[in-house]
Design a protein around this ligand. Structure first.
Ligand SMILES: *Cc1c(COP(=O)(O)O)cnc(C)c1O
Length: 383
């Protein structure tokens, strides 16, 4: 059996090596390392793939969040609501801009923003909501957009883990993750579903004015060369990374399918096990599905019940099965983001999830004997 990896980037590269190498070589031959034609080409292709008017490439997914909030003109004291159970970049950028982060709990079954908690957190200072489409499936965007419209709030979708996922409205309409709110952001970190071979990110919007504002902001606030109209940042996607991403974008749907295939193998093996809750694709044609395109499984995350999650984590490592606890500490309990306004009773689900979740290897290059070994090792442990 091939060695099991959490994410098999090497196996994936080997299959597209000739395409990727040729694309990189084009950049080397052109010497257009910054803002070259490859960046523009990738931007256009991603706009088409996502069916969104504007894609603005930038340096990474954290910058994308920061610049999106700058572009919306959020100001010190404005409250921005996001989730307690996510990677820290989301809350970090809110705090860095001197906005006030308001963390709320998530749903147990989807790990995504809890709608009742969202309603409860809104007050006159609230200006924006950042749903995070965690582990590869959209938050309940229909409900979030309805609430945002009612209260006149901006919605920034953190799509770092869900690029390529479809969101299905209750009437059957579909949209790509990240194109529903005022603005969407993503990361091209190597292990993300659309990853480059370094750092990269992008911002998406259908709003022409916002796109114009953001295009200047990523380039030192310049709308005309050497005329600085606003305070900006320097945040660029390198041409070489764009050349890699432009090739990988062509394979993204196949990569999503490969991830879903692995997830279905896991789901079948763990179905109805008393100690295991498998991930629940939801928000799909109003119901629950197992085979459609609403989940792209950036992570495949189980919840372990009435068994020792930490022992399972170590046991799998001992059996050469990489696995991870995403996330071990709620953001409201992190030193940097603790706030006396928070009440533990408002975070019951996140406080539980940090002790029950475990993410299994998930990538596009599995061989069936690997999946069999992983699932059998877990089932034997839980016997
Ligand atoms: C990875 C990630 C980010 C940050 O992306 P970088 O490119 O590493 O800056 C932000 N939000 C979420 C949810 C992520 O998973």
């Amino acid at each position: 059996m091939k060695k099991i990896q959490m994410v098999d980037l090497k196996g994936q590269y080997e299959k597209i090596k000739s395409e990727v190498d040729a694309s990189i070589q084009e950049v080397l031959d052109s010497n257009a390392y910054i803002n070259g034609p490859k960046v523009h080409e990738f931007q256009k292709n991603l706009e088409e793939y996502l069916d969104v008017k504007h894609v603005i490439p930038c340096a990474n997914g954290t910058d994308a969040l920061q610049i999106a909030m700058m572009g919306l003109g959020l100001e010190q004291g404005d409250e921005v609501i996001t989730v307690d159970f996510t990677f820290a970049a989301t809350v970090e950028t809110i705090a860095l801009l001197k906005l006030t982060p308001v963390l709320i709990d998530v749903e147990r079954d989807t790990f995504n923003m809890d709608i009742d908690a969202l309603k409860k957190a809104i007050n006159s200072k609230t200006k924006a909501i950042i749903p995070v489409h965690l582990f590869g499936q959209c938050a309940n965007m229909e409900a979030i957009m309805e609430i945002a419209n009612e209260h006149n709030l901006y919605v920034i979708e953190d799509t770092a883990q869900a690029i390529g996922a479809n969101y299905t409205y209750s009437d059957g309409t579909k949209k790509k993750a990240g194109t529903i709110g005022n603005v969407g952001t993503t990361s091209f970190f190597p292990s993300k579903n659309l990853g480059c071979y370094g750092d990269g990110g992008a911002i998406f919007t259908n709003d022409d004015d916002l796109a114009h504002t953001i295009r200047g902001m990523v380039n030192h606030g310049m709308y005309k060369r050497y005329y600085h109209d606003v305070i900006g940042v320097n945040s660029r996607l390198d041409s070489i990374q764009a050349a890699i991403l432009d090739i990988k974008l062509k394979h993204l749907d196949a990569y999503c399918d490969a991830r879903r295939k692995a997830a279905n193998y896991y789901n079948t093996a763990f179905a109805n096990h008393p100690n295991i809750i498998t991930p629940t694709p939801k928000n799909c044609e109003g119901g629950i599905c197992s085979t459609c395109d609403c989940h792209v499984y950036h992570q495949y995350t189980l919840q372990i019940k009435n068994a020792d999650r930490n022992k399972l984590h170590q046991h799998l490592l001992d059996k050469n099965i990489p696995n991870a606890i995403y996330y071990p500490v709620p953001l409201h309990s992190q030193k940097a983001y603790a706030d006396e306004r928070y009440n533990e009773d408002d975070f019951t689900i996140t406080n539980e999830l940090i002790n029950t979740v475990i993410s299994l290897p998930m990538h596009t290059e599995f061989e069936e004997d690997q999946l069999e070994y992983i699932t059998q090792t877990i089932l034997n442990f839980l016997k």
